[in-house]
Structures are given as structure tokens and as C-alpha cells.
Design a protein around this ligand. Structure first.
Ligand SMILES: *Cc1c(COP(=O)(O)O)cnc(C)c1O
Length: 391
């Protein structure tokens, strides 16, 4: 593919393959070669590509209506909101189309609530990723992503990950919210530890700020629980969702604790497409499947299996694999060499890998992946590592 000749703005570095079909856990190229998909549309296809139940339900909705606008209340959207509330905490749901929009909405709500409380400063974690629009970008504390777009929103400060003293120094009466990804995705699969989170909760008791958990990537079963915050046993004030939520269609949501439901009044915020019924129908299907206890249990079992095998590879190739970390089926393999090189060797071996930073392979396979497929990945990955160790 000649990118210079492409009419598409050269913002991405796409895979050098043309896709003819994506089905289940595989993507098939124009030559009929099959690749095992280990990042599932960037964490979108929790149930794999073209899940049959999702497709049937989308088709069913297409027969009724596509878009109506938020001038109407549609059944799939209400049903999805009911289920999201049931699986989270007493809340109201606001639907959008993407992760960045979910965080924009949360940010606006925080700002308005903060004004009423006389609080102004928002805190985010170093290497966070909350989106690309100017508001969410202001919350994305990655200098390479932010720098070209200064000036950004002010009154946003950065916290060092898992540094309790730094947290204590920066939180005060003027703090209106802390935004966190409990497992940083784009930041390199780094986990917030329990000690830090507990300190955050103690400080919240004292200073009364909001905690917004960005579960755009970690949500919907990705970490082996329906939401990552469940691992930490606390209730956030807001949770933002997207990626897997729309079952492959654009859909995001903000789950807003009922204590905050009066902050946004009619006209304070809005969206034309947000919560569109077709995406909501797909999302409802995904949520109903991934929320089943047996399904979540299977994610945990596969997670253990995959991590065990990756740790074995680390023992075998200690000079290449520095670290294996993550939760559920959101796993980072930190390598001592170019992750991009390993990614392109993966292509030859029929593996679709995603990388973050220069040295991290980010695994976000479909949650429905089988242990045989995980073994296939391990076997091919081992082959790649063997070649690389010999270099
Ligand atoms: C992907 C992602 C976003 C942005 O979502 P978009 O749909 O690309 O706007 C925000 N936060 C996290 C944690 C993400 O992984």
C-alpha cells in the first residue's frame, strides 16, 4: 500500500495487509491468509468479530429504525442503561459515541460540580490516556501527545503513578476530581496499586472530590471482572465506557452516580448520535453475555493460563522479556527490543499484535479466545523470540 498516494490523512501506520474478512478470532487477508487477532479491533470485539448473536440483534433493530435522535427515547438505549445501572451502582447513564466523548462529558460534569463546590483542580496520572479531543487531551498526561496542541485546559495537575507521597502533596480542598485508568492502556499496561487507591479514598473522605474511573478499555469483562474498579472494591463517582460497549459500533457512556444526577440540567450537554439504538442494541447483547459469571470466570481462567505461559517464556528468554503484567485479558509484555519488530515478525507467523510505546506488546484478545488459540499464539511467539535471541 502506498501511503503517500492514499487519500487518507497519514495519521496511522496501518498493517500492510488488505482485509477481505474478519470472523470470530481471525482476520483474513486478500490472499486468504488467516491471522489470529490478539487485539480485537483495539479491545472492541470482546466477543470476536461478527459475533452471530450481536449481528442478529443488530439486524432485528435495523428492521425497526436506525437513528431517531435524542428527541426520542428508544427501547434499546433504555434497556442498556437499565443493565449498566444494574451492574454498576445507583446511577444515571449518559450515552455518547466514543471514549473521548465519554471523558469530555465527565469533564464538563466535574467542572460544573466543582464550581458549585468552589473547587477547580483536576488530577490525572502520568502517562494517562483519556482521549484526543481538547478536553480529554488535557487529561491525557503524555507529553508527546499533548505538546503540539498547547495551550490546553488549565488547572489540571499530573500525579506520579502509585506514589502516595506525591498524591498527598497534590490533593487539597481545591481538588475537584481525580481521573484514573486503573490499568493504563496506552500508557503501557501499568496497574494502579491498592495502597495508592486506598490513600486516594482516604483523601476523598477528607477533601470531598470526585473519582472518575476511565473504563473505556478495562470495562466489560476485559480484566476478568465486569469493571476493573471491582478488583479494588470501591464505588467510583463516574465511570466512562466505550470500546467494547458498542459491540463493534460506535458507542460510549458515562455512568454517573445518582448523587451527581442533578448536576447536569436540561440543555447542559448533548449529542446528535450518542446512544443510537443500533449500537445500543449491539451493546445490550454484549453486556448480557459478558456479565454472566461463567463468562467472567472463563476470562480469569484464560488469563492465568496465558500469564503462566508468558512467564515461562520470560524464564526462557530473560534477555528479551523484561516484564509480563496486566489483568484478565489485558496484558502487556515488556520487551528489551523494538516491539514493532516483533509485531512485524508476528504477521509472518499469522499473529496480529498491537504495541504501545516502543517496548510493549499489548495483548487484548477477544474474551472468547480459546486456550488452543492462546497456545498457538504462545508457540508462534516463542518462535519469534527464538529468532530474536539468535540475532
Ligand atoms: C481508547 C481509549 C480512550 C479514547 O477512546 P476513543 O473512542 O478512541 O475516543 C479513552 N480512554 C481510554 C482508557 C482508552 O483506552
Amino acid at each position: 500500500m502506498n501511503l503517500k498516494a492514499s487519500p487518507l490523512l497519514a495519521i496511522y501506520q496501518p498493517y500492510p495487509i488488505g482485509v477481505s474478512k474478519a470472523e470470530g478470532h481471525y482476520i483474513v487477508d486478500e490472499n486468504g491468509k488467516k491471522y489470529l487477532d490478539l487485539f480485537s479491533g483495539l479491545g472492541v470485539h470482546a466477543l470476536g468479530h461478527r459475533n452471530q448473536v450481536v449481528i442478529e440483534n443488530i439486524m432485528g433493530q435495523l428492521d425497526k429504525y436506525l437513528h431517531l435522535s435524542n428527541a426520542f427515547v428508544t427501547e434499546p438505549t433504555i434497556k442498556l442503561a437499565i443493565q449498566l445501572r444494574k451492574f454498576t451502582f445507583p446511577s444515571k447513564i449518559f450515552f455518547v459515541n466514543s471514549g473521548t466523548e465519554a471523558n469530555e462529558a465527565a469533564l464538563k460534569l466535574v467542572r460544573k460540580w466543582g464550581k458549585s463546590q468552589g473547587k477547580q483542580v483536576m488530577l490525572v496520572l502520568e502517562d494517562s490516556f483519556h482521549g484526543r479531543t481538547m478536553g480529554s487531551l488535557s487529561l491525557t498526561a503524555q507529553p508527546t501527545i499533548q505538546k503540539p496542541f498547547h495551550p490546553l485546559l488549565t488547572d489540571i495537575k499530573t500525579l506520579k503513578l502509585n506514589d502516595v507521597d506525591d498524591l498527598k502533596r497534590k490533593v487539597n480542598e481545591n481538588t475537584c476530581a481525580v481521573f484514573v485508568e486503573l490499568i493504563q492502556g496506552s500508557g503501557g499496561i501499568k496497574l494502579v496499586n491498592l495502597e495508592w487507591l486506598e490513600e486516594l479514598l482516604r483523601l476523598k473522605e477528607r477533601y470531598h472530590f470526585l473519582i472518575v474511573v476511565d473504563e473505556v478499555q478495562t470495562g466489560l469483562g476485559r480484566t476478568g471482572k465486569l469493571f476493573a474498579y471491582e478488583h479494588y472494591r470501591f464505588i467510583p463517582d463516574m465511570v466512562t465506557l466505550a470500546k467494547a460497549l458498542g459491540g463493534g459500533l460506535p458507542l460510549g457512556a458515562v455512568v454517573i452516580h445518582e448523587q451527581l444526577e442533578a448536576v447536569f440540567q436540561t440543555g447542559d450537554h448533548g449529542t446528535t448520535f450518542g446512544g443510537n439504538p443500533v449500537a445500543a442494541e449491539a451493546g445490550l447483547t454484549v453486556l448480557n453475555i459478558v456479565s454472566h459469571p461463567n463468562f467472567l470466570q472463563s476470562v480469569q481462567t484464560k488469563s492465568k493460563f496465558l500469564i503462566l505461559h508468558l512467564l515461562r517464556l520470560q524464564k526462557e528468554f530473560p534477555s528479551i522479556i523484561k516484564d509480563v503484567r496486566g489483568m484478565g485479558l489485558m496484558i502487556g509484555v515488556d520487551v528489551n527490543q523494538s516491539a514493532k519488530t516483533i509485531q512485524s515478525l508476528g504477521l509472518k507467523e499469522g499473529l496480529l499484535l498491537n504495541t504501545v510505546g516502543d517496548h510493549i506488546i499489548r495483548l487484548l484478545p477477544p474474551l472468547t479466545i480459546t486456550t488452543d488459540e492462546l497456545l498457538f499464539f504462545i508457540e508462534r511467539f516463542r518462535k519469534i523470540l527464538t529468532t530474536q535471541a539468535g540475532e
